[in-house]
Design a protein around this ligand. Structure first.
Ligand code: ATP
Ligand code: MG
Length: 315
């Protein structure tokens, strides 16, 4: 690792001249999955200490995170780590390390309130900045819904059976619905999992891991917010707070749409758990995910049965 670092610090355009002969403290961050993240404390030629988050990116599509930092996050009104250096050829992203931020907090109501405010700020800041979605949902549909669901359909696990048959019934309608949306476009972080939320204290939040950020309707993040609320509190409070959030970003009466995005997101997540991480169906997070899918489907189902056919205007 030390030699890999020397190569980085020796790059001609690396902005800090690190004195590699002095102590360089390296710690591998276990959360990193498809990338390796190291916390590095290094001293420059003037003896000043720099804490860096050095991320080695191995999947080429994940290099898009560099673009997101450069193009979208440079003037953001909320705290993100400062981009210190990036090199796409070397799959390298170097960020300011947010050392005081405690990792993996248990989310209290104040943490979630802070996240709600963060999502509103992010949503409104990016709203209208993009003319349209650079990938349209049509080209994104396979990645987002069709393929992940197709892979789950091949899974013959009894735990999954009920949800698979239910979703199969709605599949066409969900796809049609996603293609017909015309809400203002904003930026979805798309991965507001607890390990990517760094809290300095309950009221100060910085968000890392922008690999999956996409131009969208903000509904992925709102769906994720609802899930975190359900996991830490209960469904009714989660619904009431989500509705409040929707009102703040001018998406009143769109709670059912959040349920649709929750279903889509959960399908992507399940596909990732089962087919990429190869977790067993009985694993706790997999079971949680299936339970959430089931209950969301039931909510949508009631509506569907009442109307007999999917009525677009109800959304
Ligand atoms: N700038 C930073 N300051 C503090 N901690 C960080 C920083 N960047 C990353 N981390 C820590 O390292 C972990 C992994 O980083 P990150 O989420 O960017 O990579 P990853 O989950 O492997 O992402 P990917 O999905 O792109 O492979 C984070 O969950 C966080 O704990
Ligand atoms: Mg992460």
């Amino acid at each position: 690792m030390q030699s890999k670092l020397i190569q980085i610090f020796d790059l001609k355009d690396f902005p800090i001249q690190i004195d590699i002969r002095r102590d360089v403290y390296i710690k591998k961050i276990p959360e990193g999955k498809a990338s390796d993240v190291y916390r590095v404390q290094a001293f420059d030629r003037n003896g000043i200490s720099h804490l860096l988050a050095i991320k080695f990116i191995y999947d080429s599509w994940k290099l898009r995170e560099i673009k997101v930092y450069k193009e979208y996050l440079s003037n953001s009104p909320f705290k993100v780590p400062e981009l210190i250096y990036s090199n796409e050829d070397k799959g390298l992203l170097v960020l300011e390390w947010l050392d005081d931020f405690q990792l993996r907090p248990l989310l209290s109501q104040i943490h979630l309130e802070t996240l709600r405010e963060w999502i509103i700020k992010k949503h409104l800041f990016f709203k209208g900045k993009f003319k349209n979605i650079d990938f349209n949902y049509e080209s994104h549909l396979p990645w987002m819904f069709r393929d992940p669901f197709g892979r789950l359909e091949n899974f013959h696990a009894k735990e999954l059976f009920g949800v698979i048959t239910q979703i199969a019934k709605f599949k066409k309608n969900i796809e049609k619905l996603l293609l017909s949306l015309d809400y203002p476009v904003t930026l979805d972080h798309s991965d507001l999992e607890i390990q990517n939320l760094l809290y300095r204290d309950s009221k100060k939040l910085a968000v890392v891991d922008w690999t999956n950020a996409i131009k969208g309707y903000g509904l992925f993040d709102i769906a994720q917010f609802r899930k975190l609320y359900i996991q830490n509190f209960d469904k009714d409070i989660a619904k009431a707070t989500t509705i409040k959030l929707l009102e703040s970003v001018n998406l009143e009466n769109k709670f059912e749409m959040v349920l649709i995005f929750s279903i889509v997101k959960e399908i992507m997540l399940l596909d990732y758990y089962l087919n990429v991480r190869k977790l067993p169906v009985k694993n706790e997070i997999v079971k949680d995910s299936i339970a959430l899918l089931k209950s969301d489907l039931n909510n949508i189902n009631i509506r569907l049965n009442r109307h007999f056919v999917w009525v677009r205007t109800t959304f």
